[in-house]
Write a new protein. Structure first.
Length: 282
């Protein structure tokens, strides 16, 4: 701990089953001077269950830019803060990531207090390879941005773990099917709760399942990685790229500008090389 400064405790909370709350997390929440919560009403119910009655302040995605500096200032002045999300680890697909980064930059000690995590719980129960894996969190909400992200991740060869909301899960799986094709996958929901459920199959069979079973609750989506073998990309010669663009109808000036920018070379240099090749200069 840094003398004179408070500490930021990142306290994991249950993802469903309250018995997964660790004794250490309870101890830290009782000892903290202030509890920063994603949803104070939701967290108050949890705290009441464990007979914790400390003061709370709200810290979430929509106020983190305003609240972050306030919390940092409090910790610089000696306040110990316990940060919790609605469920699981603060910082995993959660605004707690930003506060931890700001605290570290300010020289404040950050202490993780481990516990339940939905991504890892879904992964180990999926039956798909657990190591290595890629965690992508929530895909973008807009269809355009989501498709761009799926194109970016298409050739990841390890297991992929995502989070998704019930009202978007069908659209997301359709986009995944279009972008990645049919792959092995697992849908996990209600993890650690009475109605915990794992659907194991492919993207197509998962869509069929959801058509017959309206989605409820947050999903952990565990996807098999790509089996495509990517050939190393050969970088086209800049002049060859210019000629290709011109053959496709791009004017010379625009083609030179685009290729110079892509290859990070001066446009004038590229132009002179083209003139020389065309025999217009000796």
């Amino acid at each position: 701990m840094v003398e004179g400064k408070g500490t930021l405790y990142l306290c994991a909370t249950p993802i469903g089953n309250l018995s997964d709350m660790t004794p250490r997390a309870v101890e830290m929440l009782k000892a903290a001077d202030l509890i920063a919560a994603e949803d104070t009403r939701h967290t108050r119910q949890l705290l009441t269950h464990f007979d914790i009655h400390g003061p709370m302040i709200s810290y979430h995605e929509h106020n983190k830019e305003r609240q972050g500096p306030i919390l940092i200032e409090k910790m610089l002045n000696g306040t110990n803060i316990a940060l919790v999300s609605d469920a699981g680890f603060p910082g995993i697909a959660d605004p707690g990531e930003a506060l931890a980064k700001e605290a570290i930059a300010a020289g404040i000690t950050v202490v993780p207090v481990p516990g339940a995590n939905a991504a890892l719980t879904g992964l180990i129960g999926s039956g798909l390879p657990c190591s290595p894996f890629f965690f992508g969190g929530f895909l973008p909400k807009s269809k355009k941005n989501r498709r761009e992200k799926l194109a970016e991740w298409k050739h990841i060869t390890c297991t992929i773990v995502l989070y998704e909301a019930p009202h978007r899960i069908v659209d997301v799986l359709k986009d995944i099917l279009n972008a990645w094709g049919d792959r092995p996958m697992v849908l996990a929901r209600e993890l650690t709760k009475i109605h915990e459920e794992f659907f194991r199959g492919t993207v197509t069979t998962a869509l069929n399942f959801l058509a017959e079973n309206p989605p409820r609750g947050e999903f952990v989506v565990v996807m098999g990685g790509s089996t495509d073998i990517q050939e190393p990309e050969k970088l086209m010669d800049p002049l060859e790229k210019v000629r290709m663009l011109m053959a496709q109808g791009t004017d010379k000036k625009s083609a030179l500008g685009a290729v110079a920018k892509e290859y990070k070379i001066p446009k004038r240099e590229l132009y002179n090389r083209l003139l020389k090749e065309e025999g217009e200069v000796k």
